[in-house]
Design a binder for this molecule. Structure first.
Ligand code: MF3
Ligand code: CO
Ligand code: CO
Length: 249
């Protein structure tokens, strides 16, 4: 059964606006990322920018999440909660922004280097960025969702890193997390067919060590089981008749 929503052109117009704003928030917060800034300060900068632009930060109170953005530092895979901990030279930090604008959700994230990072951290962040690009390139109208994980796996295997399996991309549009679930690793499932009018995210989390994760006692913070570094990039994309539009580019 095909239960993935197909949206019309007016939805695409709304999604373009929401996704453009999410991208602008990432650009805006990037100039605040230095050692000594706290992730709470980054949260507040983003929160205020989102509100001033007439939108709402989707994470705030989402299933009880306490903050407006996710800040995932070093071995944190995703869903890191902003706190009064300061960034320090050599950290990597993923900032994940989701805004709701006129009812439409725009979701994007990026991993930043703080000051001078190790070669391993630099290689990992580059690989995570390439993994997203490779995943997007695998999306074809009338292709299959399984092609995405296959392509990312083929690439990441050449880097000697691993792909997180516990968290996935997702359908988006007039809701935050809908069908389909986008696996970023190779799986034997061909998956459903990709069709024009679908909106979804691709957001591979790449670990320097093994793929396993665990959630801390706060119920949110996902970390690598082996404490290795993890990096992630995310875009929201729209499938069109002749290809793909990266809405958060
Ligand atoms: N933005 C995340 C995603 O890419 C979801 C964050 S949910 C939260 O899907 F509650 F942790 F904010
Ligand atoms: Co997402
Ligand atoms: Co996100």
């Amino acid at each position: 059964m095909n239960d993935i929503k197909i949206y019309d052109n007016s939805a695409l117009v709304g999604m373009r606006k929401a996704c453009r704003l999410a991208k602008l928030v990432l650009d805006y917060v990037s100039s605040y990322i230095t050692d000594n800034v706290t992730t709470n300060e980054l949260n507040d900068v983003c929160h205020n920018f989102i509100i001033e632009n007439g939108a709402v930060p989707a994470p705030l109170n989402y299933n009880g999440f306490p903050k407006s953005i996710c800040t995932s530092v070093n071995n944190v895979v995703c869903h890191g909660i902003p706190s009064d901990t300061k960034l320090k030279n050599g950290d990597i930090i993923n900032i994940d922004i989701t805004v709701i604008l006129d009812g439409w959700y725009g979701d994007t994230s990026k991993t930043f280097l703080v000051g001078e990072c190790t070669n391993l951290a630099k290689r990992l962040v580059k690989a995570a960025k390439c993994a997203l690009d490779v995943g997007i390139s695998a999306v074809k109208p009338y292709g299959y969702f399984g092609d995405i994980g296959k392509a990312i796996q083929r690439y990441i295997d050449t880097c000697g890193f691993s792909i997180v399996r516990d968290y996935c991309g997702h359908g988006i549009g007039d809701m935050f997390h809908g069908k389909p679930t986008i696996l970023h690793h190779d799986n034997n499932e061909k998956g459903q067919q990709i069709k024009p009018g679908m909106f979804f995210t691709i957001e591979p989390m790449i670990n320097a060590g093994g793929y396993k994760t665990k959630v801390l006692k706060d119920g949110w913070t996902a970390v690598t089981a082996d404490k290795s570094l993890s990096a992630q990039f995310e875009h929201t994309i729209a499938v069109t008749d002749n290809g793909v539009e990266v809405l958060t580019a």
